[in-house]
Design a protein around this ligand. Structure first.
Ligand code: HEM
Length: 423
């Protein structure tokens, strides 16, 4: 089935609100062939997989659906490729690690990273996340209108990941800039010059972290980077091998930074929009903080800050009865799956009391299940908990025309002005 007229992922309407288009796909063309040209990948067949069960099947079968080209971006022209190569030559080679690897190589990376990204490390970060949220909330306490993105949603994840990676305050602005450039081409079209500038930022970041890693090689610390440097697989692990190389560590660090910043900021802003629309839920949270986790899960389901990623078919196969030739790109649409009415009753409704939201796919499923899910949940939980100490009522400032960033992957508001009253 090829019906490009029915689905144009980069059209302003769909970027602003994809839900009706997803519902039509699920209903009429659950596995639809899209001309890759539509998303800057001419000559490619892209199969859009929109139903929950099909998305789940693809995610759980990495042998048939490879992650080697998981990140959706327009393909560079030969000229742009040459310009990018020049910049890349000034840094470390960009190697494929977690997100874009398949088992068993992927298993090795996940095992090594999990020796550094441990529950103990996360618990140690928790008080710092709370301190960050309290500092930010105190800074706007009393202001009738708050720039929620700049004042809360963006700094919480950026500063949290900076805590994990031990980035000092003096480099926070650089860190934020690197994160922004790292996602600038994901699921959206940007100019060649912008892609070159983004690549420069990536190389700059590589130099910063390579230097930090070398410092720890000389003098190990009790921190994530030292653990990453010293991670080794033991005989009891399923796979064995060498320690991580510098390019591998730099790739992992970049993934943690990229995957953990914009997505979590989007979750926090969506929570504000949903809670402003449902003041009874905010009242309930203020009275009983144990209600926060299910509100966060329901916001994850409804908003899906990561709307979808790609897989490549490793052989001729089929999904939901539609033949998928070897080499085809398969677009796994988490955002659509999370609104599948066959799985989630009254699927567009915000209902934290529903019993089915815990099966959502906002963090994916299977071997690539989000490494940072626990951290993102913690940031959202503490972010709301601290807000509930300060804020009495939440409103969305009228007349601001809420606009989403023009990406079909990373869905999030570009800005959000909220009106708060205080406790
Ligand atoms: C609300 C916030 C977040 C959302 C919605 C989200 C979503 C996702 C999704 C859907 C995947 C699966 C990718 C796939 O199947 O190809 C994923 C993977 C990943 N996420 Fe997250 N993420 C979030 C926060 C974070 C945070 C805070 C971190 C950093 C610590 C992080 C790090 C990663 C990494 C490294 C992977 C790749 C894992 C692998 O390939 O094995 N994410 N995320």
């Amino acid at each position: 089935m090829n019906d490009n007229d029915q689905f144009d992922p980069l059209s302003p309407d769909v970027l602003q609100s994809p839900w009706a288009a997803y519902a039509a796909l699920r209903r009429e063309h659950p596995v639809m062939r899209l001309d890759g040209e539509r998303i800057g990948r001419p000559g490619e067949d892209v199969y859009c997989v929109s139903r929950y069960e099909d998305v789940r099947t693809v995610l759980l079968d990495p042998a048939t659906f490879s992650s080697r080209a998981a990140i959706p971006a327009a393909r560079p022209s030969p000229e742009l490729r040459a310009r990018l190569r020049e910049v890349i030559a000034e840094g470390w080679p960009e190697v494929s690690t977690m997100l874009t690897e398949d088992p068993p190589s992927h298993t090795r990376y996940r095992s090594l990273v999990s020796k550094a990204f441990t529950p103990r490390r996360l618990s140690a970060v928790e008080p710092e996340v709370r301190a960050i949220c309290v500092e930010l909330a105190k800074a706007f306490d009393g202001a009738p209108v708050v720039d929620f993105m700049a004042g809360y949603a963006v700094p919480i994840p950026v500063r949290t990941v900076a805590v994990v990676l031990e980035v000092p305050d003096s480099r926070q602005a650089d860190f934020k800039r690197w994160a922004d450039y790292s996602v600038s081409a994901i699921g959206r079209s940007i100019s060649d010059d912008e892609r070159v500038i983004a690549q420069r930022a990536i190389v700059e970041q590589q130099h910063y972290f390579a230097h930090e890693i070398e410092k720890r090689r000389a003098l190990p610390r009790d921190d994530f980077l030292s653990d990453l440097l010293n991670a080794r697989l033991t005989q009891h692990d399923e796979v064995s091998g060498e320690p991580l190389t510098m390019p591998e560590m730099l790739s992992i660090i970049r993934q943690i930074q990229v995957a953990g910043s914009e997505t979590t900021a989007s979750l926090l802003t969506e929570l504000m929009v949903l809670l402003a629309d449902h003041p009874d839920r905010w009242e309930a949270i203020k009275a009983d903080r144990s209600r926060i986790p299910l509100v966060v899960e329901e916001a994850l389901r409804l908003s899906s800050p990561n709307q979808g990623l790609f897989r490549v078919a490793t052989g001729d196969t089929s999904i939901g009865g539609v033949a998928i030739p070897v080499g085809s790109t398969v677009w796994v649409m988490f955002g659509s799956a999370n609104r599948d009415e066959d799985v989630f009753t009254d699927s567009d409704r915000f209902d934290p009391d529903r019993r089915d939201q815990l099966g959502h796919l906002a963090f994916g499923k299977g071997p690539h299940y989000c490494l940072g899910a626990a951290l993102a949940r913690m940031e959202a939980r503490i972010g709301l908990d601290v807000l509930a100490d300060h804020v009495d009522t939440i409103g969305i400032e009228p007349g601001q025309g809420l606009t989403y960033a023009p990406s079909y992957v990373l869905r999030g508001l570009e800005s959000l002005q909220v009106s708060f009253t205080y406790r």
